[in-house]
Design a protein around this ligand. Structure first.
Ligand code: 6GU
Length: 246
């Protein structure tokens, strides 16, 4: 998978993403991250890429020319035109399902806005997907692009050590992850649950599944609507009253 990131701050996005697992994935050759500095495509000798909005109003907007040229510099190198994802609080709210869809793409272009946004005309010309990472406002699209790219990249085969770990975790079945423990067996007087020391894998799986269901009911009851539960699990939840717990 190859991700091109069009931004005024490529060092922020690449520095963040390359710090850990994705950096190693790049070294292994299963992922490629390419930062494109929109400022390199400025059309004046002061390298300015922003200007005041027509009609007045606060703040500055990114001008269409440099954004278009930055996109074109990437698009020219691609056989099949990649989807162009613009990060904006006006977009569809990103989730694990969208991550799974985007992880199937060979190549993606991410466009990060700054200031008050980007001139609408260039968005109409190049953007295929509008994505938000939640209902709050950031100063720019970079942090959102990093979150989206991280969650997509970890689904690409070979990025994680074992592909199984991408599956078991939170949301693959619509439930939160079960609690986990490592050494020592006792910490500050708190013991690791007995069943995990038993070596009985059937019981371990059963306990973990139950913990996932209970934890989801307590912490994110909204997720249960879409989760696939057995009749037994539904009965278990009916017997509980979680109001205000945890
Ligand atoms: Cl994608 N961009 C910005 N600037 N703010 C956001 C966002 C994106 N998603 C949530 N807030």
């Amino acid at each position: 998978m190859k991700c091109h990131i069009l931004t005024l701050f490529p060092e922020m996005v690449l520095g963040g993403l390359r710090t850990s697992i994705l950096g190693r994935a790049e070294e292994k050759g299963v992922l490629s991250l390419h930062g494109v500095n929109i400022r390199d495509f400025a059309e004046n000798k002061h390298n300015r890429v922003d200007d005041a909005p027509y009609g007045g109003g606060a703040g500055l907007l990114m001008q269409p020319g440099p954004v278009y040229s930055a996109w074109k510099s990437v698009a020219e190198t691609c056989e099949k035109q990649p989807r162009v994802i613009y990060l904006t609080p006006q977009g569809r709210v990103f989730n694990q399902e969208i991550a799974g869809e985007l992880a199937k793409e060979e190549e993606l272009i991410f466009l990060c806005g700054h200031y008050e946004g980007i001139d609408e005309r260039v968005l109409e010309l190049i953007v295929t997907d509008y994505l938000s990472i939640g209902d709050y406002v950031l100063t720019g699209g970079e942090l959102a692009a990093m979150a989206v790219i991280d969650s997509i990249a970890r689904l690409v085969p070979g990025v994680l050590h074992n592909d199984a770990s991408a599956e078991v975790e939170t949301f693959s079945d619509g439930l939160l992850e079960y609690p986990q423990y490592t050494r020592p067996e006792e910490f500050m007087g708190k013991k690791v649950p007995e069943v995990l020391l038993s070596g009985h894998h059937g019981n371990v799986d059963k306990w973990r599944r139950e913990q996932s269901v209970l934890r989801t009911a307590r912490m994110r009851p909204d997720l249960l609507e879409k989760a696939v539960l057995t009749e037994e699990e539904k009965e278990l939840l009916k017997t509980l009253d979680f109001q205000g717990e945890m």
